[in-house]
Structures are given as C-alpha cells and as structure tokens.
Design a protein around this ligand. Sequence first.
Ligand SMILES: NC(=O)c1ccc[n+]([C@@H]2O[C@H](COP(=O)([O-])OP(=O)(O)OC[C@H]3O[C@@H](n4cnc5c(N)ncnc54)[C@H](OP(=O)(O)O)[C@@H]3O)[C@@H](O)[C@H]2O)c1
Length: 325
Amino acid sequence: MMRRRPLITLQRHTFHMPQPTRARQIIAAALLVASACGSPPADKAPAEQTPAATPPAPTVEKGVVAIIGTGTLAGALGPALGAQGYRVIYGSRDPNRETVRALVQRSGPKASAVTQPEAAAQAPVVVLAVPGEVVVDVAGTLGDLSGKVVIDVSGGEKKVAADGYQELTSDSARAELIQARHPTIRVVRINLPNIVYFMDPLLTKTRATVFVAGNDPKARETVANMLFDLGVDPWDSGPVRFARLFDAFNTLANIPGQQRRPEGYQVVMMPTVPFSCFFDMVQFFGFGEPTELKQLPKFPRREPAPTCEEWMRRLPPMGAPPQAL
Ligand SMILES: NC(=O)c1ccc[n+]([C@@H]2O[C@H](COP(=O)([O-])OP(=O)(O)OC[C@H]3O[C@@H](n4cnc5c(N)ncnc54)[C@H](OP(=O)(O)O)[C@@H]3O)[C@@H](O)[C@H]2O)c1
C-alpha cells in the first residue's frame, strides 16, 4: 500500500498529514514550542556569569579511565575526571617526562602515568586523546582492547575547498574506521564540546550537549554517565555511523572562527520535543524501529523529564486546525 507522505511547511505552520486532527494540532504546537525556545540571552560578559557550582567532593571511586596522550585535551579532561573521583591512568610515549608528572599531580590522588599499552590494559574505558591524524593507527598499537569502551573524540579528515571553507574528505568518521578494523572493541564517538566546559560546565550558563554514538548501547551508557559527571549533558546518538554527522557539525561550528567573527553560535538541542507523548513516530512516518530498542541505554538527566500531562498543559491553544492542502 502506498503511504501518503506528510507535507510540512514549518514557516506557515501548515500541515498535510493523514492523521487525526488532535495529533495535527499537537505537532504544530510542539514545533511552535521548539522554535520559541532560543538561546538564553547573552546579557553578561563571560566573566560576570554565574560561576560553576563547585562539584561535591567525590566520596567513592567512580571508575578507572585510561587517557592515551598527555596533550591539550588530556590536560583538561584528566584533571576534571580526577576531581570527580575517577582514577586516571595516562598513557604516554614518555611517562617520566616532567610535563607528564605535573599532569599526574593535577589529576587526583590516584592518578598515574605509564606507557600507552600499559594504560589501556589497566582500564575498562580508554580515551584516545591523540591527534586525529594518527588515532586510527594508535588504536592498533594498544594491545588487545577486546570488550573495552574506547572513546574517540577526533574530527573528520578535512581539506580547504576552493571557497576557503573546510570540506570533509571522507564519508566515514574515524570512529567507524576504528570499529571496522577492531570489531571486538566497543568504540564510542563523542563530539567534544570546547574543552573549557570541562573546566567550567556553566561558563555560558547552558550546559553543553555532547552527542554519544556507538554500536553498543551499554557502552554509550557508560560514556554518558562519565560525561554527566563532568557537567555536560549527553545525548544518545545511536550507532557509530552517526559520528559522520558530528564531523559535519564540527565543520559547521568552525565557520564563525574562519569568518573571524567575534561571536560564535549557541545551538540548543531540545531534548524533549514530546512527539512520543501524542503519537508513534515509528508507525506514523514509517521511520523504522531500532533493533536495539530492548537494550536502550539509560542516559542520565539532571531533572526529571516533563510528563506528557505536563506537556499537554504547557502547549499553547492552537485554535482551529490548519486546512489540509
Ligand atoms: N574539543 C576541544 O576543545 C578539543 C581541544 C583539543 C583537542 N581536541 C581533540 O583531542 C584530540 C587530541 O588533541 P590534543 O590537542 O590533545 O593533541 P596534542 O596536544 O597534540 O596531544 C596529543 C598527545 O598524544 C600523544 N601523541 C602525539 N603523537 C602521537 C603518536 N604519533 N602516537 C602516539 N601518541 C601520540 C602525545 O602524548 P605523549 O607525548 O605523552 O605520548 C601528545 O601529547 C584530537 O582529536 C583533537 O581534535 C579537542
């Protein structure tokens, strides 16, 4: 049977869908709510903004994390994890270097540094904090990582196009390449926010959303909990192939800097456009049902999600439904 495709014209809030009137009204209302929720006003200079809440002193050890590399990212992530009660083991090509020792000092009482394969062997979670150009190869030098959660943060391969903007040169994200080369590793790709958010998660008032993609739902959950502890808000982004979208998104995010604009953009992902309260998107649009649905990871939230009843109450009255085209 031919499915009638819905026609949606967002600007005019007109909808042509073969669904009950109430659902049509709700969708329109939900889109209005989503579009009305912009970025919070940037009415204060960053220095005047609400200071980050001091994280409570960790009482229990949260887990062991190996960070491969001791550069810029490791220098922000390791101390932040250490402050949250994680035991950080740095993997360095030269673990006795003075800068590495200083980093260990800043990373909590249980932090240490060893060689890269030694660090990876000692932790169930391994962060690849090495340059993107070498990350796929480095993943292959760390010994047997079977079953471990291996976090890739690297952006995609890019070149400068004729118009001066960046262009991705590969259809696959590096995380996908690592996963394809090492099928027994549980690769999780995150789109890191700027590392300043690990030093002050509330620097710009709104917590950064961090996409988390990986083929194993439990691995995504592990990483989500770690990110939550670091003060950013994880978003379940499905299997690892969605990492390609992060690469595209990160390239987009570089544009203000390339244009030398003094301002950046704050993209707000709305975690609760509540379609699921009102109709089943999978059936209605024929989107497909994820095969992992029964193992869906539990991503942490800072506040409980509004209930469907609450959304019903919040949605503005819509008046008469728009005429179908
Ligand atoms: N979102 C953000 O704000 C942000 C900021 C910075 C970086 N990043 C991302 O984080 C990743 C790491 O970047 P980074 O700036 O931290 O890099 P970096 O400062 O150059 O440090 C990378 C570390 O990896 C190790 N390393 C370097 N070359 C290696 C090789 N050939 N083989 C094995 N290990 C090697 C080194 O540690 P040892 O000398 O101790 O072995 C080095 O300190 C990249 O994917 C980058 O895009 C994101």
